[in-house]
Design a protein around this ligand. Structure first.
Ligand code: PMP
Length: 401
């Protein structure tokens, strides 16, 4: 008898489990709108041209070896990543008060940041938006933080519950950590306006709340890397300290390469140096040091003006295709006279639409139309194409009538 016979089967991950179910479905019309990865108009994964070029460069460079990276990763990658999110002219970078460490994509960056906070910050409470990406509460809880939520999404308007958000942050204990999605909030697609960000910043600053930005979609929301970094830059510009977890999964399509970065903006260069020394103590026993390939690809693209420009064009292409899917789906529902106001489909931002469909309606669409999505009614617009929009619109129409 196995010494593990008492082990009970765990449920599938609620997001990744959608793809497991999709893969088992033999229907030719099946559609996977659960996965948070970009697909082309033909429904295929996309490797960006600039990534192919950078990989070719790396392959041709015979001087490249497979030695370990330092604990904090590739130095050039870290520098360029900080520049990308904070802006080339960021005073915080110029004053050397930012420490950036390469981590395992966005998730790893969040985890390393959270572990550091649990060890070295006076306040253990982290506020996360309601709802948020399903992995957030698990990452923060396992790192030793205590998770609370702040109101964010208003189901009645399919928009931001700004008043609720301000009230909840306003009553948070001094120094509490606040997780903010830098742009393209997952799963709701609802972002504060710049004016609202400014009010959030003022409130947080007056209460000494510590911002922890999750930036998983820079450039993917609007098509502009700078526009999508505005929220982060606004907070850094006021001189406050903050955390940023960056992912290159979506904006460079490097999902499986697991490449990302954690930056901590500190008050002084001296503090930043000491913080970095402690980050190393977090990372070393966790995975020793990060992988070299993905970070080398990113560095090759960010350092080269031509590759960088080509990237911005490809990135805009992905963002524009997603925005066009929003319009096509909205138009298709209007053409069918589907009851309800579906304007949130074109108002929401980024990869996902939070449709407002409930779990029974989602189950109906999966059963009758072979359409797969998370039970909260979130659909990935990146998984749609002009060819599949009518099928989805038929399914939504049938589900709500
Ligand atoms: N944060 C958010 C909000 C996300 O949507 C994702 C990806 N789904 C991540 C972080 C982390 O992704 P990764 O670890 O693949 O970079």
């Amino acid at each position: 008898d196995s010494v593990f016979s008492h082990v009970v089967r765990a449920p599938e991950d609620p997001i990744l489990g959608v793809t497991v179910a999709y893969n088992k479905d033999p229907s030719p019309v099946k559609l996977n709108l659960g996965v948070g990865a970009y697909r082309t108009e033909e429904g295929k994964p996309l490797v960006l041209n600039v990534v192919r070029k950078a990989e070719q460069q790396l392959a041709n460079d015979r001087s490249r070896v497979k030695e370990y990276l330092p604990i904090v990763g590739l130095a050039e990658f870290n520098k360029l990543s900080a520049k990308l999110i904070f802006g080339a002219d960021s005073p915080a970078i110029r004053e050397n008060r930012v420490t950036t460490v390469q981590c395992l994509s966005g998730t790893g960056s969040l985890r390393v940041g959270a572990e550091f906070l649990a060890r070295h910050y006076h306040q253990r409470i982290i506020y996360i938006p309601l709802p948020t990406w399903g992995n957030h509460p698990k990452v923060f809880t396992l790192a030793g933080l205590s998770v609370k939520t702040y109101r964010y999404y208003d189901p009645a308007t399919h928009g931001l519950n700004f008043q609720g958000m301000l009230e909840d942050l306003g009553s948070a204990p001094a120094g509490a950590i606040v997780l903010l999605h830098a742009c393209a909030h997952n799963p709701t697609g609802v972002d504060p306006t710049l004016q609202q960000w400014e009010q959030i910043r003022k409130l947080m600053s007056s209460k000494g709340l510590l911002p922890f930005f999750d930036s998983a979609y820079q450039g993917f929301a609007s098509g502009s890397l700078d526009a999508d970094a505005q929220s982060v830059r606004m907070f850094v510009a006021d001189g406050s300290e903050c955390f940023v977890a960056q992912s290159y999964a979506k904006n460079l399509g490097l999902y499986g390469e697991r490449v990302g970065a954690l930056s901590i903006v500190c008050k002084t260069a001296d503090v930043a140096g000491r913080v970095e020394s402690q980050l190393k103590l977090v990372i070393r026993p966790m995975y020793s040091n990060p992988p070299i390939h993905g970070a080398s690809i990113v560095a090759a693209i960010l350092r080269d003006r031509d590759l960088f420009n080509e990237w911005t064009i490809e990135l805009k292409g992905m963002a524009d295709r997603i925005i066009s899917m929003r319009h096509q789906l909205f138009d298709a529902l209007r053409a069918r006279g589907t009851p309800g106001d579906w304007s949130h489909i074109i108002k929401q931002i980024g990869m996902f639409t939070f449709t407002g469909l409930n779990s029974e309606q989602v189950a109906f669409m999966t059963r009758e139309y072979h359409i797969y999505m998370t039970s909260d009614g979130r659909i990935s617009m990146a998984g749609l194409s002009s060819k599949t929009v009518p099928h989805l619109a038929d399914a939504i129409h049938a589900a709500v009538t």
